[in-house]
Design a protein around this ligand. Structure first.
Ligand code: NAD
Ligand code: UDP
Ligand code: UDP
Length: 315
């Protein structure tokens, strides 16, 4: 059945893929964005669709619409961008969550929060299960993002318990793919853009820290499955690809796949940079029947192709 669906942060990297998927399934989509890190280019192909509506709006302000489902993605996700104006970042997470939960409560919509593996901070439990409470610095450079997302989770569960709002919390692990901004600042886009331009690849620290990278199509599948999961199942649920790589391995893969002559250059490791990260996805498998299908080299090849085009068009 056709649903009316609100996607906040819909002009961003993940949001643009989600809007496309939801429209392709025959839904009506309202895409809300303030274009802080998002870009109209990501959704320009959707604008002619009469079931797609684009709204310039900031989630820290109240918003009124009649919808069946809300995906709350509005929030800068790259450390460079979320640290640019940390007060605004935490306002976006916290006040954005309150406004979208207020909306969900009023119209009885199901609401999904794009949470993050960052709620685990620099984890001492490895791999991370949803039951792990995390190891987060409350007063560091990453805190505006980590604590904002943790507080949003708290609000989601409190609206669920106190106001019976139908909530879903997804903890997203590092995701990459087409529509990332070349200036996004996260590791996959940085390395690919540097490799394609023949510039030095910037390894922070010794490059032995790890991340587990998932391709965006796998994530979007997990988000849609969670949104439509059995009533009362709130999560939080980890969605990520458990294959774990060091940043040196990531750089090596990208150099090979691009055939680049770029060399590595080593920079200072940013404060509180997590040393390791890998999702335990048992819960997603059990409750959503979900697991990732696209492995790193296949996903990187698609992403490299996207950036080749984007850089050619001076995007
Ligand atoms: P992104 O920066 O490309 O997208 C975020 C979008 O939110 C942008 O379009 C931006 O303009 C918009 N936005 C920011 N502040 C806003 C505000 N106050 N009002 C309205 N719109 C606002 O990042 P992304 O990777 O697509 O991330 C989307 C969501 O997923 C974020 O909430 C992020 O925290 C979460 N997430 C992403 C990853 C990842 O690896 N990509 C991992 C964990 C969680
Ligand atoms: N809100 C919104 N859209 C709605 C309903 C509410 O943006 O359709 C906002 C509202 O402005 C408020 C927040 O959501 O600031 C929380 O709403 P709630 O009803 O939970 O709290 P209250 O209005 O009682 O503070
Ligand atoms: N990183 C790096 N070079 C870069 C950008 C990031 O070595 O140009 C490292 C960063 O220090 C971190 C990892 O790559 O250890 C992932 O960084 P990203 O910002 O993509 O995500 P997050 O740290 O939020 O998981």
């Amino acid at each position: 059945m056709k649903k009316k669906i609100l996607v906040t942060g819909g002009a961003g990297f993940i949001g643009s893929h989600l809007c496309t998927r939801l429209l392709n399934e025959g839904n009506e989509v309202i895409c809300l964005d303030n274009y802080f890190t998002g870009n109209k280019k990501n959704i320009v192909g959707l604008i002619d669709n009469p079931y797609f509506e684009l709204v310039r709006h900031d989630v820290i302000e109240p918003f009124y619409a009649e919808v069946d489902q809300i995906y709350n993605l509005a929030c800068p996700a790259s450390p460079v961008h979320y640290q640019y104006n940390p007060i605004k970042t935490i306002k976006t997470s916290v006040m954005g969550a309150i406004n979208m939960l207020g909306l969900a409560k009023r119209v009885k919509a199901t609401i999904l929060q794009a949470s993050t593996s960052e709620v685990y901070g620099d984890p001492v439990e490895h791999p991370q299960r949803e039951s792990y409470w995390g190891n987060v610095n409350p007063i560091g450079l990453r805190s505006c993002y980590d604590e904002g997302k943790r507080c949003a989770e708290t609000l989601f569960m409190d609206y669920h318990h106190q106001n019976k709002v139908d909530v879903k919390i997804i903890r997203i692990f590092n995701t990459y793919g087409p529509n990332m901004n070349p200036d996004d600042g996260r590791v996959v886009s940085n390395f690919i853009v540097q490799a394609l331009r023949g510039e030095d690849i910037t390894i922070f620290g010794d490059g032995m820290q790890t991340r587990s990278f998932q391709y965006v199509d796998d994530l979007v599948e997990g988000m849609v499955r969670l949104m439509n999961s059995e009533k009362g199942f709130t999560g939080p649920v980890n969605v990520g690809n458990p294959n774990e790589f060091t940043m040196l391995e990531l750089a090596q893969n990208i150099i090979e796949l691009t055939g680049s002559s770029s060399k590595l250059t080593f920079k200072t490791l940013p404060q509180d940079d997590p040393k390791q990260r890998q999702p335990d996805i048992s819960l997603a498998k059990e409750k959503l029947g979900w697991q990732p299908n696209i492995q790193l080299r296949e996903g990187l090849a698609k992403t490299i192709q996207y950036f080749e085009e984007a850089l050619k068009n001076n995007n």
